[in-house]
Design a protein around this ligand. Sequence first.
Ligand code: ZN
Length: 246
Amino acid sequence: MVDRDDLNHYCNQYLSVSKYKDYCPNGLQVEGSQTINKIVSGVSANLDFIELAIAEQADAIFVHHGIFWENESNVIVGSKKKKIDLLLKNEINLFAYHLPLDDHPDVGNNVQLGRVLGIKNMKPVDSSLLWQGELNTDLKTFSSLIEKQLGRAPQLFGRLSGPLNSIAWCTGGAQGFIDEAISLKSDVYLSGEVSERTPAVAKENDMIYISAGHYATERYGVQSLTKHLSSKFNLEHQFLEVENSV
Ligand SMILES: [Zn+2]
């Protein structure tokens, strides 16, 4: 059992929340019960996920994508009202960690995905959200490994004339950072989604772009964080999957 405010304080320190300029609040987004025994984790706090958390009688939810974003309207109507209403009625605390969770050196989405995909010599790129590392493989083998580990076939774009050695990656919807991957001279850039311009940019710069799924690439950070919290504070924990093909 842990006190909600102690857990919030611990997470904010552990994830260095104050270091990040983000477009959503990181930390406790909706206040629920004061004491917490059971936590559940997931990628996004959508309605399906909140209903699963209620069925599991969770005291707290941990997600990567919370329910408040700067680019969205801040009035509480429609599905947002429904979600907040369910959380309040069931006294469920909602904790959300966005960029601090992508970037963390141990439980972060990027480092965790790198481990899942067997990337060597992983390191964060200075003053950027990208990570870089090395692969000792060919594209066909790497693509099969991604499919096996993430449970879905990745989309491949572009072309590469030389061997496949260096990789840069950033989980989620970070296809726009392909220009940074080009400046790092990466053979492959991997992220979760793809834009109309991405295939041509990859091809024109003699590199491969891999779209491996926004949801699929961001399943690991929050699981790793809550596993850590569960052992540190002796909490019951469960990861709740809400299938998403994007
Ligand atoms: Zn995301």
